[in-house]
Design a protein around this ligand. Structure first.
Ligand code: GAR
Length: 220
């Protein structure tokens, strides 16, 4: 089975990259990471690529268009078929976004279109929502927009702070991203305007209330 060739763009920690590396370690997973590109030489995620024996490069180019040209060249040379942004914290050049339209995905730690941009978990807490989560979507020119592939919901707990909520959302990200990439690699995503139809998907048969109907007694 030929596996889909993925290029992963990172800027930092790389825990979502690690989730994709771990998924692809299974020979039955339909995608493999052929190159990791960082815009920062000190990104810890580069060490994860090195440990997994994956080719990795840094493009420290500050100019948006120059970065995009260099990244596009590296991705094409590696015969990448899908670009996965995994904590890539730079705005991409619009030419690059067009070059990779419908072949580039991103993960964001909120239920988009709510809370795009920076500090989405802080934004969720400030808005007082009872659920947040994460989203994998095809990338369009405006930041954190594009047809949504999959989402995971994470309840906001009473007394949550940014770190606690971020950690629980991150755990969901690590499950959601490999799933979305697998669906893409299996050819099961069909973009229809702003919606993505997923063939063979089953909808979870649940409604979740927060707070739950059965409340703990005030005394605990
Ligand atoms: C993740 O939470 C990811 O969703 C977020 O940055 C973090 C990167 O962590 N991305 C964005 O906010 C993009 N708008 P990681 O480097 O450990 O994967």
């Amino acid at each position: 089975m030929a596996r889909l060739k993925i290029g992963v763009l990172i800027s930092g920690r790389g825990s979502n990259l690690q989730a994709l590396i771990d998924a692809a370690a299974d020979p039955g997973y339909p995608a493999e990471i052929v190159i990791v590109i960082s815009n920062r030489a000190d990104a810890p995620g580069l060490g994860r690529a090195a440990a997994a024996g994956i080719r990795h490069i840094t493009i420290p180019e500050p100019g948006r268009a120059a970065f995009a040209r260099a990244a596009n060249r590296a991705l094409c040379e590696a015969r990448v078929e899908l670009v996965a942004l995994a904590g890539f914290m730079r705005i991409l050049d619009t030419v690059f976004v067009e070059q990779w339209t419908d072949r580039m995905v991103n993960i964001h730690p909120s239920l988009l279109p709510a809370f795009p941009g920076l500090h989405p978990q802080r934004q969720a807490l400030a808005a007082g929502v009872k659920f947040s989560g994460c989203t994998v979507h095809f990338v369009r020119a405006a930041v954190d927009t594009g047809p949504i592939i999959s989402q995971a919901i994470v309840p906001v707990e009473a007394g949550d702070d940014e770190d606690g909520l971020s950690a629980r959302i991150l755990a969901a990200e690590h499950r959601l991203y490999p799933l979305a990439v697998r669906l893409y690699a299996e050819g099961r995503l069909h973009i229809e305007g702003n919606r993505v139809r997923v063939t063979g998907a089953t909808m979870p048969d649940i409604v979740v209330l927060n707070p739950a109907e059965r409340l703990a007694s005030p005394s605990g």
